[in-house]
Write a protein that binds this ligand. Sequence first.
Ligand code: SF4
Ligand code: URA
Length: 192
Amino acid sequence: MSREELMVALEERIQNCQKCPLGRLRTNAVPGAGSYTAKIMFVGEAPGYWEDQKGLPFVGRAGRLLDELLKEIGLERRDVYITNIVKCRPPNNRDPTDDEIKACAPYLDRQIDIIRPRVIVPLGRHSMAYILRKFGFEPAPISKIHGKTLEARTLFGKFVIMPSYHPAAALYKPPLREELRKDFQKLKALLE
Ligand code: SF4
Ligand code: URA
């Protein structure tokens, strides 16, 4: 099967998934969106209200900030792939539980295997902790590790992990916007 066929089949499985209790509560699952051949993959936490309504990742206020940050480095959504660790909305936007992450993360693992990005950007500390552990690194406070590049190895070769702040955090703490911007500038340099 082609990459596209594999991704479409995976998205369908996610849309029908009932592996954890969030499945019964959702309006739409949010598998992810963007290019299946993207060089950069962004990994947020979990869908919120608007994402659940539309079935698309980062379509609320945090998403608008993400769009701006992408635009500043000459990218659009269709150039990257955007997804979350957990594909269905937790009630009242609470943090996903460890069990929910455990049930859902194999979908993210598979997305990484199919897309084979050159750079993975975990957004926020939950995503950072999951991705770093998965590739054999110790999680660190997001204030210390954001903007740093870690080189990881997989069966498909080397790639870079560069954690950053969650855009929603920057909506509540405006000084973090500047940090996010600087991280995105580094991202741009990594792709050159
Ligand atoms: Fe399945 Fe993930 Fe949705 Fe749980 S959150 S029902 S594991 S897709
Ligand atoms: N926050 C996230 O972590 N993911 C989304 O898709 C939207 C908001």
